[in-house]
Design a binder for this molecule. Sequence first.
Ligand code: SF4
Ligand code: SF4
Ligand code: SF4
Length: 297
Amino acid sequence: MKEVTQKMREIAKELLEKNEVEYVVGWEKGTFWYQSPPCFVRRAEEVERLVWDEFCINNLAKYLLDFKHLEGKIALFVKGCDSRGIIRLLQDNQIRRDRVVLVGIPCKGMKDVTEAAKLEEEKPEKLPLAAKCQECRYPNPLVYDYLIGEEVVATAGQEDRFSDVAELEAMSPDERYEYWVGHYDRCIRCFACRNVCPACNCRECCFDLAEPRWLGKRVVRSENQFFAITRAMHVAGRCTECGECERVCPMNIPIMKLNKKIIKDINELFGPYDAGVDLEDKPPLGKYNPDDPDQFM
Ligand code: SF4
Ligand code: SF4
Ligand code: SF4
């Protein structure tokens, strides 16, 4: 990890010194040993802040939208999941490839921060992988200009990828309704799940509109359900499975189960598709094929 950190700093320093980029976005050590939040480096003298360790879990792709109107370029470090978010943003024409410098880092998986907070000593090796990393099938960056470190072999398989969805599907409609009500009644509509999501990148989000007002202000069951279903459908075929929505949810709502149900349905209806993997391949709901299923017609 130290070598990767060193290499990150060298590349960042060179890019900033040569004025090739205005910012470098990476990770730095946070307040606790088990935190490595995003950091924004603007000057070559600051590159020592950058680190690579078991806690660089934040997907940095979405930050590019904050720099959309920057005149110069921006450099970003990308793991496999970040790079899928980048491809998502490129496909949505939200960013320009020639305005970003991507430094890829193959990723062996990040550690579970919640478990880390329970430890009395600094022992990252005792920690399990974070939930989102246990199922990662794309640990290597899929798009990059520089690559630091050796590619890693993905260990998560396809076989039981949808096992938790199968459990949901085995429930009766009433049981399923109770299951989701039980979770989404806790939603406080903080919008963290939306804000972190690289697939949620509309210039104006329907949930923020006052006129027409699609979503009421009151945090009640009906509005929470509308929010959950609308967001899930909005990312249908576009969700890159980065798991960030569930990771940041302060109410521990199993959002990925909903996303994965939709991914499974799309795969069954339109054939296998992984969002944010192939820049040239449009999402299934973004293209028309005369053979598309049309039972609803
Ligand atoms: S989802 Fe994959 S690429 Fe992303 S942090 Fe986890 S293991 Fe790394
Ligand atoms: S992050 Fe969780 S609590 Fe916040 S809006 Fe999303 S589902 Fe609701
Ligand atoms: S819906 Fe969740 S898992 Fe899917 S792209 Fe957005 S943040 Fe990532």
